[in-house]
Write a protein that binds this ligand. Structure first.
Ligand code: 13P
Length: 337
């Protein structure tokens, strides 16, 4: 393992106020989003959609890294280039989602565990050979009556740490994504407590598995009230709770925190990212960045609608959301001296 390469890649992924674009939806998830818009759900429509994304003019001005799924990394653009080549040509670092999805956790009704460790060393070697320089694994934690359980949090944190160690062995930067879901009527304080506990457990496991914290990126949820909680909060309050939570749980050695959007409307996710940077950029030991899927892609997918003729307009919408998120990182509330 070349530690300096890992550190350099991790730093590059969070540099220059840019962020990550997650475009690694599994086939069932991508199909579900297509079906909701009346778009055909075929291998070629998924390919064409992702070709629209990676050929967006200027995307590399806002995006450092793009996360692909297994299907896309094996596909090609109409001009014959592989997706990896097209992404590199756009000045973007290619990454790959390597978990194989979630499954119910035995003995814990309503909770899930993320799978994909079996054979991961070999899969990572193949992806590295194909040009991927970083990877992603998403664990999912739900809040509810007596959830999350310690068993669920522990099992998912352990799997994340095993995955991260294997990535670093393969020379790839692990994106460590423990997502506390927004579903539920819980208040922001409950999300704060659960997120803090999950992050502390994840970092305990990462240390046990000897993961180099300077060569990874954390991809957490923002700290927010549940979707059906009657008490919603301002952007500033969400930013404050999120920063306080992360500050008590995330070691300084981690170069960057790249938030997921988790189903927040695009503009709202951007506003919260902006509030985080406005209030905390100068205090935070890590970059506060983004790794959004829906919050960048959704308007573009709606405009594209499976029709080649809509590509330029869809690309303008995609660029706009990516640019807004880059701009959100460029604010900083430090008073001028
Ligand atoms: P969202 O931003 O749509 O939550 O997706 C991020 C992601 O990569 C989920 O794994």
């Amino acid at each position: 393992m070349n530690t300096q390469v890992l550190i350099d890649t991790a730093r590059a992924l969070v540099a220059d106020d840019k962020g990550l674009l997650a475009m690694d939806e599994s086939n069932p998830t991508c199909n579900k989003r297509f079906a909701a818009l009346g778009i055909a759900q075929t291998e070629d429509t998924r390919r064409a959609y992702r070709e629209m994304i990676v050929t967006t003019p200027g995307l590399g001005e806002c995006i450092t890294g793009a996360i692909l799924c297994d299907e896309t990394i094996r596909q090609h653009l109409k001009d014959g280039r592989s997706f990896v080549t097209a992404i590199v040509d756009a000045g973007i670092i290619p990454g790959i989602k390597v978990d194989t999805g979630t499954t119910p956790l035995a003995g814990f009704p309503g909770e899930s565990i993320t799978e994909g460790l079996d054979g991961l060393r070999e899969r990572l070697a193949e992806y590295a050979q194909m040009g991927a320089r970083f990877a992603k694994w998403r664990a999912v934690v739900a809040i509810g009556d007596s959830m999350p359980s310690e068993g669920c949090v522990d099992a998912n944190a352990h799997a994340l740490a095993r995955y991260a160690a294997l990535c670093q062995e393969a020379g790839m930067v692990p994106i460590v994504e423990p997502e506390v879901l927004m579903d539920g009527g819980h208040g922001i304080e409950r999300c704060f407590e659960v997120t803090r506990e999950v992050l502390r457990t994840v970092f305990h496991e990462l240390r046990l598995q000897r993961v180099n914290l300077a060569g990874m990126i954390l991809k957490p949820n923002m700290v927010l009230p549940g979707l059906t909680c009657p008490t919603q909060v301002t952007q500033d309050a969400a930013a404050d709770a999120t920063f306080r939570c992360l500050f008590t749980a995330v070691p300084e050695a981690v170069p960057g925190i790249a938030f997921l959007s988790g189903g927040q409307p695009g503009e709202v996710a951007t506003a919260r990212l902006q509030a985080l940077n406005y209030w905390f950029k100068s205090k935070a030991p890590w970059a506060l960045t983004f790794s959004f899927a829906r919050a960048i892609q959704q308007p573009a997918m709606e405009i594209w609608h499976g029709d080649e003729a809509n590509v330029p307009e869809a690309q303008r919408a995609l660029y706009h959301r990516a640019r807004c998120n880059r701009d959100a990182r460029q604010v900083d509330g430090t008073p001028a001296s």
